[in-house]
Every structure is written in C-alpha cells, then in structure tokens.
Design a protein around this ligand. Structure first.
Ligand SMILES: Cc1cc2nc3c(=O)[nH]c(=O)nc-3n(C[C@H](O)[C@H](O)[C@H](O)COP(=O)(O)OP(=O)(O)OC[C@H]3O[C@@H](n4cnc5c(N)ncnc54)[C@H](O)[C@@H]3O)c2cc1C
Length: 476
C-alpha cells in the first residue's frame, strides 16, 4: 500500500538491473551484493515517514576502491545509486527514489586512528556515532556532536546531514569537527580533501562543501575529525513548568543572561505526556520541561551557573528544579528525551516531524504560533527539541490519509511563518526528499540555480541520489 505522501518516480528497466547484478557480483564478493526481497524491503525506508522505495540491488562495499568500482559500474550502465548509513535520516535522504543500487557504508566501520597528541581521529563512515563517542571518551577526549540517534546512526550519515544535537548549543555541529575527507566522486574518482591539522586555509573549503551535501555530491569513505579535551564535570537539571510558553521564555532568558549551558532541551505538554512512564516519571502536574546541562572543569563554577539558571527559570514560572544526583539519574532523563520521537507515534497513527529553526529570541513566539495553528486546523502539534539554539521539532500528529490535505496546509503554513521570522525550514534533518518542495520558500531562484549547477558539475549524469534536495525546476 502506498503511503499518503508517496510519489512515483521513473525506474530503470529490468534488463539494465540484470546487467548491473552480473557486473557488480564480479567486482564485489558474493555476500556483498544482495537482491532478495527481505533486504530490498529493509533498505526501502528510513525514519522520514515519506514512503517506501525499494532499491533493486544493495551493495556493501568495504573499501574506497570498492565504492569507486560500484560507482563506475553504475555510471557505465546508467543505473542510479544512492548511499546510506543507518537509515535513521528524517528527510528521506537515503531513499532510492528511482530504485537502482543502494550503497550501504555499514561495513566500513573501523576507527582507523585516534591521536591523543594531535586531538584528531580518522574513521570509516559506517562507525556508529555512539561507539565513537565512547572510544574517544575512554582516552580522555570529547567528540561533542550528539544527534539523539547516536546509539544507531553513523558518522558518515552525520557528515552528510551535518547533524547536530543537544550539545550544539555550546559546541556546534558536525561541520565544526570535520577537517578532512576521502571523497569518492560520482565518477568513481577518489580524492583526499581537507587536512589533518587544526588550522589550514589552503584552497577552497571543499570539506565545507561536502558536509551537509546529503549524499548528493559523492561518498565519504574516510573522515578526519578534530576532538577536544573531555570536560571533567557535567551537571544536569530537569526544570518543570506549568506551560510550554513559560518554559520557552525561560530558555531565552537564560541565554540572554550570559549563561551558556551545553544543552537547553524543551519538552512540551504533548511530548511530556507521551514519554511519561516510559522509564521516567515527571512530577504530577508538569505541563512542560527543560533539560539544562552545564559542563566544565571546575565544579564550583558549574554549581553557580546551575543556580543562576535555576533562579531565572523560577522567576519565569518554573515550579520545580530537580538536579540529577548521579550518572544513572542523568541517563534515565536523557533516555526519556531520546524516546520522545518514538513515543509520539503511540499517540496517533501518523506523525510528520518538521525541524525548523528560528533566531533564538523568537522561540516563545514560534511556539505560540505553532500551537495556535494546530488549534485552528484541529491538529495535535507537539513541539520539543533543541530550543536553546532555536531548533524545534514541530510534530503534527494525525489520524489517517483523510487528514493529509490538512496536514499539507499545516506544514506549508508552519514553514512559511518560520521563514518570515528569519528562520530556516531545516535546522538539522536536511532537505532530502521530504522538504525539497519547500526549499524555494527560503532560498531565491538564483541560489537554487547555482546549487543545481554545482550538482551537475559533480554529477553530470545525475545518477547519484537523484530527486533530492532541489525542487523540480519546472515548478520552481
Ligand atoms: C530518534 C531519532 C533522533 C534523531 N535525532 C537527531 C538529532 O538530534 N540531530 C540530528 O541532526 N539528526 C537526528 N536524527 C536524524 C538522523 O539520525 C541524522 O540525520 C543522521 O545523521 C543520519 O545518519 P544515518 O547514518 O542514519 O544516515 P542515513 O539516514 O542512512 O543517510 C542520511 C543521508 O546521508 C547520506 N549518506 C550516508 N552515508 C554517507 C556517506 N558515507 N557519504 C555520503 N553520504 C552519505 C545518505 O545518502 C542520506 O542522504 C534523528 C533520527 C532519529 C530516528
């Protein structure tokens, strides 16, 4: 059955797929190429809820040379190819919309080196982000980008999406840590770009171009990351409010007062109801919550920061501040935060998740408008996420396909109001397949055209990850 938002794209003729199968099984070993129904089904979806698009073949290369050989084979046969990591993406970036070959980087999962002296690491793209974070922390270093999917997403996917997370507020996003790449171009040519030094400005910033390019300009087969020393202390507080608006005003006020926590995560009334009781109980009567976390090397300084932030929140209506007393309590709290997205699914049969970002001073205003929009259209809107940096996950929960036109209206109006407030349609999930029709709300035609030309320069045949990011030129 087709999902409500599913679109139909032209697919490659079966004869060409058959030839690709024959040729790919010659350049890779037998276990590295699959076409059985179960595997095709498994690689047809990600976490975007934008439909199911099965690849014809799935390949599992284990080196840059094999990725290159796959690309060359696909180019020669005119077969589309689409890279994927863990398929946790929320914008449909890894969906093989025109079928063809899904190129899974999951078997390239080694940390090649980790240097305490240089504060750098060299990794393969299929390394799970959480595994890397743990390995780095074990040697006293810190890799801050922490998308809430860190337990299963890959570093390659993070680089392609320029993933952020709760700690982006203080430490920035994936882009701020990638200094070098091995980049397989759509033609199959293998390039080394960037550097292994912390500073370096030679030539165009090609690493910067690649990071956030959503798997449309090539594949990263090796990533060089910079690291920082691990802060010695972390303190986490859960601050309870009666209403989401009071919580949002407190978030803005804490930042305006000159306190820079490492996270300021907001959970609204709907999200709070959804996660309550799933391994964590919020105090009775809680209408909204903020997770505030500070870190550094001096414990007294952190206590003072926590106290200052707590006072500001209390002045703005916080009813309780609970400070985690040990690692177990911290982990329980974060586990509740990580499960919000999944828990919301249990409230209604369907969910659409937008990840808008606005200038942080306008967080209360956007939340007020989102709630009013939901009330006007009769839809449940949940808002949660990285409020400290203005990045909110605005979820629309709905009953079924009959409400889809209403949901489309809500999405468009939500994105329009975000852009009018000086914001962006996507703070971290990317444009991919889900938001390509909305990019023109934010970017003028000349900027879209420049990017299309860049894509065509790298991928003249348009075979790498087609139908992504840019709106259909006939319509925009
Ligand atoms: C519960 C949940 C919480 C999430 N929380 C966050 C969050 O806090 N912050 C955030 O930013 N995102 C979040 N996400 C979204 C998602 O996890 C990120 O976008 C992540 O970076 C995707 O990684 P992946 O390995 O799953 O990549 P995929 O989903 O497999 O692919 C994503 C994109 O990257 C491309 N790609 C993959 N590997 C490579 C490579 N080696 N070279 C080039 N292109 C490649 C693909 O073609 C695709 O376009 C969340 C998702 C879920 C399900």
């Amino acid at each position: 059955m087709m999902m409500p938002s599913e679109k139909v794209f032209p697919r490659v003729e079966p004869e060409r797929i058959e030839r690709a199968w024959v040729e790919l099984t010659q350049v890779l070993s037998s276990g590295q190429v699959r076409r059985d129904e179960d595997t095709r089904e498994q690689y047809s979806r990600d976490e975007s809820d934008t439909g199911s698009y099965a690849p014809d073949l799935i390949v599992f290369p284990e080196s840059a040379a094999q990725v290159s050989a796959v690309f060359k084979t696909c180019q020669a046969l005119g077969v589309p190819f689409t890279p994927c990591g863990a398929r946790s993406g929320k914008s449909g970036g890894s969906l093989p919309l025109r079928g063809g070959v899904a190129v899974s980087l999951e078997r390239m999962n080694r940390i090649r080196s980790l240097s305490v002296e240089d504060l750098t690491a060299v990794v393969e793209p299929g390394v799970i982000t959480g595994d890397f974070m743990k390995a780095v922390e074990a040697v006293g270093l810190f890799y801050p980008p922490d998308p809430n999917s860190w337990q299963f997403c890959t570093l390659g996917g993070n680089v392609a999406e320029n993933a952020g997370g709760p700690r982006a507020l203080k430490y920035g996003v994936t882009r701020d840590y990638v200094i070098g790449l091995e980049w397989v171009l759509p033609s199959g040519e293998i390039l080394q770009v960037g550097r292994r030094t912390i500073k370096g400005v030679a030539g165009y910033d090609l690493v910067g171009l690649f990071v956030g390019s959503e798997g449309t300009l090539g594949v990263a087969t090796e990533i060089t990351l910079q690291l920082i020393p691990r802060p010695r202390h972390v303190m986490t507080a859960l601050i309870i409010f009666d209403s989401v608006l009071a919580a949002a005003r407190a978030v803005s006020a804490v930042l305006a007062a000159g306190v820079l926590p490492r996270t300021l995560e907001l959970i609204d009334d709907v999200a709070l109801r959804a996660v309550d009781g799933r391994g964590f109980h919020f105090p009775p009567g809680a209408g909204s919550a903020v997770i505030l976390e500070v870190d550094g090397n001096a414990e007294e300084g952190l206590l003072a920061e926590l106290a200052q932030a707590g006072e500001i929140c209390e002045r703005l209506g916080a009813t309780q501040t609970l400070v985690a007393q040990n690692e177990e309590q911290r982990e329980k709290l974060w586990a509740a935060r990580r499960v919000v997205s999944t828990a919301l699914r249990a409230l209604k049969p369907h969910k659409i998740s937008e990840d808008i970002a606005v200038p942080r001073s306008r967080i209360p205003e956007i939340i007020e408008k989102l709630k009013a929009l939901g009330a006007e259209l009769g839809l449940v809107v949940a808002t949660y996420g990285h409020a400290g940096d203005g990045n909110l996950h605005a979820n629309i929960l709905y009953e079924g396909p009959h409400q889809r036109p209403l949901v489309e209206t809500a999405i468009r109006r939500m994105l329009e109001m975000t852009v009018q407030m000086g914001g962006t349609i996507t703070g971290e999930h990317g444009v991919g397949h889900a938001k390509r029709d909305y990019l023109a709300l934010e970017q003028p035609a000349a900027v879209l055209e420049l990017q299309r030309r860049l894509k065509a320069f790298f991928d003249p045949a348009g075979l790498l990850n087609p139908e992504k990011m840019f709106p259909d030129p006939e319509r925009f």
